[in-house]
Design a protein around this ligand. Sequence first.
Ligand SMILES: *Cc1c(COP(=O)(O)O)cnc(C)c1O
Length: 430
Amino acid sequence: MLSSSKQLFSQAQGLIPGGVNSPVRAFKAVGSDPLFIDRAEGSKVIDVDGNSYIDYVCSWGPLILGHAHPEVIKAIAAAALKGTSYGAPCRQEVEMASMICEAFPSIEKVRMVNSGTEATMSAIRLARAFTGKNKIIKFEGCYHGHADAFLIKAGSGLLTAGVPTSPGIPPEWTAYTLIARYNDLQSVRTLFEEHHEDIAAVIVEPIAGNMGLVLPEPHFLQGLRDITTQYNSLLIFDEVITGFRLTYGGYQNIAGIKPDLTTLGKIIGGGLPVGAYGGRQEIMDLIAPQGPVYQAGTLSGNPLAMAAGVATLRMLKEGHIYHILEQRCLKLVKGLAGLFADAGEKVCINHLGSMFSVFFNDSEVNHYETVMRSDTERYAAFFRAMLQLGVYLPPAQFETAFVSLAHEEEDIDRTLERARQALEMLPKRG
Ligand SMILES: *Cc1c(COP(=O)(O)O)cnc(C)c1O
């Protein structure tokens, strides 16, 4: 067949680095070849070979309503008929901004950008300008997009300036990014004691979703709020995943904590490319043209993306949706836990709302080091078995899976049945 995934992938490898436009899509972490998707509807993606999969990647988070939700598609189509980009302000931007500011008590003003990466890199520029300080603290295992300042891993002695995780970043630049341990307030205090006069901001995923799902321990986030306040440093919540994922607003609404700045993306674009950053007015007013901090974008506030985002947020605001999502995810997670236990397979399943991660790990997973002790080979084998049976899980152990509103009871039941079969297919241990 001409258009099979295998053929497209080999063609793509000659044209696109690694054959993909974002690395994890290549399925390298699970020792497999990527699927090329032809179309998607509701809870399913259908590849170019005509195979249908129950999808728990959901485009890595944006599709909380499922694929091709009729309300979202209708909004995009209506917007497209009126032109795809103006390079001038439009009504939908105001509507989007008012929905975000209403949903997040900590956001008085918001600027739209085109990706989560743009949102976080702009937010730290702003934090540096506002505080007149240079350094930032990020946590090992948290992901904030691919800007230079964030592609840093912990140095040899953990609580030090980091080293670049990618070639192409001058090592001197990494002196401005300090690495702390997620769920370890003492590691943050130590960095402040050493560098307090020069730390502009602490940036954190309030729920860590990019090392698999790791939940904040009680007092961790409040502790960050207290420490940053004490040292006149800003607290940035990167809610690119968690914005509108767990409630109508961010995880900050649930935790009852007001960060100084918040970054958003994914869900607020309804499946189109979007990011946003917002916060207190006195900080946001430093951004050009109101203030001197430069940040711009040819397609920022794009009318199609705004239309898709506004339609998505309107649906989410109707209520009940978060409760339904949580119930479905809980049923799935409980079912999986039972199946893994019956099969004698040691896993730790972290979950919250409609997010979950199955760690092939025999201990509780709440720190980066325990995350890294997971059995990635075993996860890969489970992933491949599930894929063969028609269930599309994240193609790497260290990612979060998502349940969407389109995942009906029937999808959950089928997924559990497939998981039971997949566990039988795993190589025997020992
Ligand atoms: C996805 C993600 C980003 C980056 O967003 P892109 O749109 O991929 O640039 C930033 N922060 C978090 C927490 C994310 O999950």
